[in-house]
Design a protein around this ligand. Structure first.
Ligand SMILES: [Zn+2]
Length: 321
């Protein structure tokens, strides 16, 4: 599903930053099947993603983020309700609407503020994290600690979406076919408004968008704004934007990332993204294709993630319908 020319740059940078959801729009299913049990779950070489993907409920522990965005897990996760006054959760079959309570509260606030203040009718929320965070079998390198959320760039329709729509509806790609700018037929001032509002929230540290969207924000909102520095260009992210918040105060084991570089990011540094070699890199030849990063094992994650994995389930935190 993901095209080669987007997958490889992403794979090469997996360990550096978020690389999620990129070009592919994965559809969900109305009949999600539980994953089959693992033959040897205690084998040290078992990828951690296989273990975390089999936990359908959060750990009954106090909320705590453990580790780094692309290298950790989440205790005491809470779910964003699938319907709210100004949001709806998409792809319910993925069961990835779990996060640290601070992120969940922030999304709820952003949703209502965006409706009231910038005319964005509501958030369609894509992946946040698995119930206990951790690596995922598909889709993201980050989103492991309950502090990352993908928000579709499609305005929420003025009605409750059906289950089928939530699994199968495609988000609007706002980047033009040549990847050099946004598509004026779908890009609106409200897109600028909702991204700006998110970036202005003090807890938000970074927002990842396609470079064409960054370019449009620089042009449409004007540079030289403090919030612009938080909006970072990245591969993919042409149908959603990715919100990342800082380490919560209750999480001493959360590893912060370096602050964003100074400046609004609207200058020459943006040019690199629009070179042909970056926009359309040749498909890698098998001989020199970058090696796939090895799947993280439990030994590679913070030790506290074992406790998160082994903890009893908080069944009362089951997803609210
Ligand atoms: Zn993301």
């Amino acid at each position: 599903m993901m095209t080669a020319n987007r997958r490889w740059p992403c794979a090469a940078l997996l360990l550096l930053v978020a690389c999620g959801g990129a070009g592919a729009q994965d559809l969900g299913t109305l009949n999600p099947k539980p994953l089959p049990p693992l033959a040897n779950p205690d084998n040290p070489s078992t990828p951690a993603r296989e273990l975390f993907a089999r936990k359908s409920e959060p750990a009954a522990m106090a909320p705590r983020t453990i580790g780094f965005y692309s290298h950790g897990c989440l205790a005491g996760g809470v779910a964003l309700p699938v319907n709210g006054p100004a949001w709806q959760v998409m792809r319910l079959s993925r069961n990835r609407n779990w996060g640290h309570p601070e992120l969940i509260a922030l999304l709820e606030t952003l949703a209502t503020q965006a409706r009231a203040e910038v005319g964005w009718p509501g958030l369609l929320v894509g992946d946040i994290s698995q119930p206990r965070g951790g690596p995922m079998p598909n889709g993201h390198a980050s989103h492991q600690v309950g502090l990352d959320a993908d928000i579709w760039l499609t305005p929420m329709p003025d009605r409750e979406l059906t289950r089928k729509e939530r699994e199968e509806m495609k988000a609007t790609v706002v980047v033009a076919a040549d990847r050099r700018d946004v598509d004026p037929a779908v890009w609106t001032p409200a897109h600028v408004g909702v991204i700006r509002l998110a970036a202005e929230l003090p807890a938000v540290e970074r927002i990842f968008v396609n470079a064409a969207i960054k370019k449009a924000l620089c042009r449409d909102a004007g540079g030289d704004h403090a919030w612009q520095s938080k909006v970072r260009p990245y591969w993919g992210h042409d149908y959603h934007f990715h919100i990342r918040i800082r380490c919560p105060g209750d999480s001493p084991d959360c590893s912060p990332q370096p602050p964003v570089p100074p400046g609004d990011g609207c200058g020459n540094e943006l040019d690199w993204w629009f070179r042909d070699a970056v926009l359309r890199p040749p498909p890698p030849k098998p001989a020199n294709a970058p090696a796939k990063p090895r799947a993280l094992t439990m030994a590679a994650l913070p030790a506290a993630c074992r406790l998160v994995l082994q903890a009893p389930s908080n069944v009362s935190a089951e997803r609210q319908e």
